[in-house]
Design a protein around this ligand. Structure first.
Ligand code: F6P
Length: 367
């Protein structure tokens, strides 16, 4: 097998806690194997522009606990549909994948580690198909990748959402209001579901279980009849009604995500005030969920993922993504990792648990 002397690493897509912990683990494991590491800046953009930093021991000292990414990131820079000036534009996207591959070669790289979510791993698969040796690391607060039990970043976001729900209880109880907290998660309801259960939310709205406005109001009225003068609704940004309608904040053609979600809780708030005649307030958590230091769980998972990613490179497994499977870190083919999203099972154990403790999903279909 070819001796590995030099690798590249990039972090792409939305930032989240744990990215630096992965960069640190990959680099530390590489340096102890006498492998040089180039850190490409701002995701795949750095590979297109050939902008990188040399990662030595000093560069990764003290970054385990830091949020964000020392390399920078981008969820716009797609080498296959490049829209950033001066090389491309949103009106005229260019295929600059050959430029990225050229830069991979002139830097004498033996492999590339790509750290990202669905969009990043899909681009990684395209490069793998063109013969670039890549090991992927699954990141996203959405936890929506099917080929791993959990993505890093999710646990940190979950704890922030749960703490927010705890804090919102205070105002809800004191003012006898309905408080609606909106989590991120795109088309997957994991963040809302798990923080809703952990925070004791009364109503949880997720994309996988379409809501009915009357059922939401009925749940609030039921609580009132039992003497509960407040309610907490935990609402995923991707929550949709029975017609499948979602609230779209913006269409973003140039991003790896075609639409920007956010704001459905404002709509739910207006429904609660009009139909249930109850005062409502809305709290959209937004990027607070992605900020700050990783939890201990995410530091550990990121470190395990990063160390394993380098092991896979040494083993010549260059089309793979590291994956948590039960207690172990294993590997899966990148092509299998991007084939489908992992969504909440409306009939699964977690939804059933929430139902058993009296939580409503704003639907009569789920019992
Ligand atoms: O995929 C992670 C995520 O935080 C989603 O939950 C959210 O919809 C999206 O990214 C927000 O992206 P941006 O940072 O571009 O607004």
């Amino acid at each position: 097998m070819k001796k590995i002397k030099r690798i590249g690493i990039l972090t792409a897509g939305g930032d989240c806690p744990g990215l630096n912990a992965v960069v640190r683990a990959v680099s530390k494991n590489a340096l102890r194997n006498d492998i040089e590491v180039l850190g490409f800046k701002n995701g795949f953009d750095g590979l297109v522009r050939n902008e990188y930093m040399n990662i030595d021991a000093a560069a990764v000292t003290g970054i385990l606990t830091r949020g964000g990414t020392i390399l920078g990131t981008s969820n716009i820079a797609n080498p296959f549909k490049y829209t950033l000036p001066p090389f491309g534009s949103p009106e005229e996207p260019k295929d600059l994948s050959k430029v990225a591959m050229h830069n991979f070669q002139i830097n004498n790289l033996d492999a590339l580690v790509t750290v990202g979510g669905d969009g990043t791993l899909s681009m990684s698969k395209q490069f793998v198909d063109l013969g670039v040796p890549i090991v992927g690391v699954p990141k996203t607060i959405d936890n929506d990748l099917s080929a791993t039990d959990q993505t890093f970043g999710f646990d940190s976001a979950l704890s922030i959402c749960t703490e927010a729900i705890d804090r919102l209880h205070t105002t809800a109880q004191s003012h006898h209001r309905v408080m609606i907290v909106e989590t991120m998660g795109r088309y997957a309801g994991w963040l809302a579901l798990r923080s809703g259960i952990a925070g004791g939310g009364d109503i949880i709205l997720i994309p996988e279980i379409p809501y009915n406005e009357d059922v939401i109001c009925e749940a609030i009225e039921n609580r009132k009849r039992r003497g509960k003068t407040f309610s907490i609704i935990v609402c995923s940004e991707g929550a949709r009604n029975e017609k499948g309608e979602m609230v779209i904040a913006k269409k973003v053609a140039e991003s790896t995500d075609a639409v920007r979600l956010g704001g459905v809780s404002n709509y739910i708030g207006s429904v609660v005030e009009e139909k249930c005649h109850t005062e409502a307030r809305v709290c959209i958590l937004g990027h607070v969920q992605r900020g700050g230091t990783p939890t201990a769980y995410d530091r550990l998972l990121s470190t395990r993922y990063g160390a394993k990613a380098l092991d896979l490179i040494l083993e010549g497994k260059h089309k793979h993504m590291v994956s948590l499977q039960g207690p172990q870190i294993k590997e899966v083919l990148i092509e299998d990792a991007v084939s489908k999203l992992k969504l909440v099972d409306p009939h699964g154990e977690e939804v059933q648990t929430a139902l058993r403790v009296g939580t409503s999903f704003g639907s009569t279909e789920i019992k």
